[in-house]
Design a protein around this ligand. Structure first.
Ligand code: FAD
Length: 436
């Protein structure tokens, strides 16, 4: 059965969310607009606004909707989550208010999947409750897209692992209570079994944040960003700090990255919609050469192309979410990669056109478009570059095909036409057509 409708009861919840995000949450975006603000639990002013909002979300049963009931979430599944994330994606703070902010969501997932009872109690529960922030520390200064190049190591010394090495772009390191660090534990093992994951509390001696790297559009003063360049210098954690088994680092990383990518794609639908809404409003508000911008053919083309692309992208994301809900684990891998690649392109195109229609106002810091534009390149890099995901898509799709059995393609017309004539030779002969 094919169905594109939303249950009225769930639609009522979406309507509540929409209203709540616009009127209660978006003010936080304006008051505390830096990327790291939503993660800084040490600011009493923002916390005083955040906590009561989170209580309202919990009272509505909408807290941490990415989690199944076994983890205290409503377990709505990915399709409903996609519709919810479209709304949350409009706002910087909304994911924090609703308990679905990355990278904490992904970290919570792997703690839930691979953590021991003790790890869950100590790290997962406060994370789920929104009390603390966590950090995923995988990328290294010399290598990102190819984890086989990672060298940060953890060696066993008695009843401890000793971590040595550097990590780059560990988001939210400065706010985190703990880090999940990917380290080489067996350099002689096959490449995908060399690494393990370790949970490292932030106050463990030997962790030094060399600097907090900022990205374009943020303050360029050194150390003002949120992406930690970290030196782990003889950092000792007990043997039971390992998350998953020895050599399972890749497996654990893969388990979190798929969900993270698709949730990001869902939120990006909301961002694209916001940029699109702005473009339409501007086109209907601004007059030039005696007529509204909306009457200009090129502006109409911007709007039409953006709407087509947004609808295509939204349906792709929703279908991917549906597949995750209904197909066996891993079956939506190609689809998730498709969402990841499309996300960066469509966001770029729609935001760019919206800026263009806004003219000079579009390039100022006086609309949300500036922040959107500055985050465009990150979408093509975070959680792996576009090129790598294209390879995943191509491999996934090509896996459904086989090489042609002979020298010519199976669609070669000469043998096919010959076969067609053979099949209907009698009829063709009867009506005076040629025969082979
Ligand atoms: C906003 C943001 C947040 C991030 N947060 C985190 C985090 O919390 N924790 C963490 O560990 N990391 C994080 N990262 C790092 C992210 O995972 C890496 O940037 C990404 O994996 C790419 O690695 P790299 O930056 O080292 O680029 P490289 O691996 O050096 O790649 C550079 C470029 O080379 C090309 N390239 C690479 N591989 C291929 C290939 N196979 N085929 C064709 N071309 C290729 C692509 O053009 C690519 O963009 C974050 C990044 C961003 C931008």
């Amino acid at each position: 059965m094919w169905d594109f409708s939303t249950e009225p009861k769930f639609q009522a919840q979406l309507d509540w969310m929409e209203n709540f995000v616009r009127h209660e949450v978006e003010p936080l975006d304006l008051l505390f607009p830096a990327v790291g603000d939503a993660y800084d639990r040490r600011n009493p002013a923002s916390m005083a606004i955040l906590r009561p909002l989170q209580e309202q979300v919990k009272a509505q049963g909408l807290w941490a909707c990415h989690l199944g009931p076994e983890l205290g979430g409503p377990g709505y599944g990915q399709l409903k989550l996609a519709l919810m994330n479209e709304i949350l994606g409009r706002s910087l703070w909304a994911p924090t208010v609703f308990g679905t902010a990355a990278p904490d969501t992904g970290n919570a997932e792997i703690l839930a999947m691979f953590g021991t009872a003790e790890q869950k109690e100590r790290f997962l529960q406060p994370l789920l409750d929104g009390e603390i922030v966590s950090c995923f520390s995988m990328t290294e200064p010399q290598a990102g897209a190819d984890p086989k190049e990672f060298v940060c190591s953890a060696t066993q010394d008695g009843d401890h692992w000793v971590i040595d090495g550097e990590k780059w772009f560990s988001s939210n390191a400065r706010f985190a209570e703990f880090f999940i660090v990917m380290a080489v534990t067996d350099p002689d093992a096959p490449p995908y079994q060399r690494m393990s994951m370790l949970i490292v509390p932030a106050d463990t001696p030997g962790i030094r944040i060399k600097r907090n790297v900022s990205t374009m559009g943020e303050s360029d003063e050194l150390d003002q960003g949120i992406h930690g360049y970290i030196h782990y210098d003889q950092v000792r954690v007990p043997l039971d700090a390992m998350l998953g088994g020895p050599g399972e680092g890749f497996k654990v990383a893969q388990a979190r990255l798929g969900g993270g990518r698709v949730h990001h794609a869902m939120r990006t639908v909301g961002q694209c919609q916001r940029a699109f809404d702005m473009m339409c409003e501007r086109a209907l508000s601004r007059t030039t050469q005696g007529e509204l911008l909306s009457r200009k053919q090129s502006v109409q083309a911007y709007i039409a192309d953006s709407w087509i692309e947004l609808q295509q992208y939204r349906l792709m994301v929703l279908q991917t979410a549906w597949k995750i809900d209904h197909l066996p684990h891993g079956a939506a891998r190609t689809d998730i990669a498709m969402c990841k690649v499309a996300m960066a392109k469509i966001y770029h195109d729609i935001v760019q056109r919206s800026i263009q229609v806004h003219g000079s106002l579009g390039v100022t810091n006086e609309t949300p478009l500036a922040h959107m534009w500055q985050s465009v390149p990150s979408l093509a890099l975070a959680d792996g570059p576009t090129e790598v995901h294209r390879t995943t898509i191509a491999k996934g799709v090509l896996g459904r095909y086989e090489a042609a059995p002979g020298l010519f393609p199976t669609e070669h017309l000469l043998p096919k036409r010959h076969a067609a004539r053979q099949r209907y030779a009698d009829v063709l002969a009867e009506h005076g057509y040629w025969s082979d």
